[in-house]
Write a protein of this length. Sequence first.
Length: 470
Amino acid sequence: MLRQGQYEPDGFGGASTPASRRVVPAPGRIERLLFRPVPLWSLILFALLATLGAGAFGAIVDGWERAGMLGRVAIRIARTPDTIHAMLRGTAPIYAGAAERSPAGFWRDPGTAFEDPGYALISPFDLKRGRSVVRLMRLSDGAALREIVPDVDAVNARSRFRSALVDPRRDKDASRNRLMHPLLLEDGSVVLHDSSPLARYDACGRMIWSIDGIFTHSTERAADGNLWVPYRYPQPREPGVKPDFWDDAVAEVSPDGRMLRTERVAEILERNGLAYLWRGRPYSDDPFHLNDIQPVLITGRYWRRGDVFLSLRNLSLVALYRPSTGKILWWRSGPWRFQHDVSIVDDHRISVFDNNVLLGYPDERVNGTNRLLVFDLASGAASSPYAQGFARNHIATRAQGRGTPLPGGDLMVEETEQGRLMRMAPDGTLRWRYISATPDLRRMALSWARYLSPATDGRAIQAAVSAKCV
């Protein structure tokens, strides 16, 4: 600090200039701009305009589909943080929770003579390829007899639709597409989707056909050969709802790729006097969450060929529906909670994969373990024959999950989020196990495996195995 009469060295060992004589350079344009006094009224005006602008931006984003080009620009800006987060996280479906650290791959109990004669159709994430693939796995030894790498990007390039719920090109490219619940057909081709166009690919991964739209969860084949898939309208048909309302429907699709029918879940419930099940609750963008349509293949005591079972997760509701008449023949809400995967056990019983989720918490959580409940329509009673097995193996996927009863009393169960697939006896004894995981033992989610039997799926298995790709 200089005092009056002192000299300031010039820094070069030369003569010094008195401080009183030193010339201080005039501030430049940038300095004048940065340090220019700002009137208080302009700050208040700026804050007011920023608040109004944020409100207007939010209104445009909320109804972006009605705002034309401006809406499309706004929604892209609003989704930028999600896009950046996804880029940093990567596309592998890594499970964020705690799980037993087990090596990836197939394991078979060496201490038993049991040999599974079946096959599993799975769609795990392949770290080397950086994407999901479809594998036909032989369950006697875990060998992959066919690996299909579907040309997802070709299907997305063909798609011409966008919605507030999903943009296939942006959200579901090959690295992000989980290839949900692949269905193997007699010629070795597969039908699959991931909240994106429904598509059929040959055994070499080449597109055969695709249907624009939002198809979700299960893909099942009826006795007449047609496919039943949960569908969500890209633009809601329910009046007075937000653009991202999940307007679920049941969709029937022909094997050659024609949409035969769609029926809104809201209208099915309304027609059968059950609208109060969702209209009597607070507003939700996802009131139904249709996750499984299970076709009836053989007439039983309480259903007939052509009927379908519907699983509405967010209502904890399972219903028996007859599409030919539009009637719900039977329904029940609970004892399952947030259930998935209805299967027909015999002529009067069904099984339900019960996620057993508790909702009265900031984060949904499983109440101990999942359950596979067997419900008897004759007696109205539910049982849990695999309770010991679920507890012994700590099966607790919060979302999704599959349970397929097998001949002899065993169960194939998929713990989806934790990337574990297993064949389990009622007491919890594991016949075999498959785990999807990284080399450092972090689990990766599966995408709804399917059990295949040589007795019913032999032709399709042989076609897939013997296909020649060039």
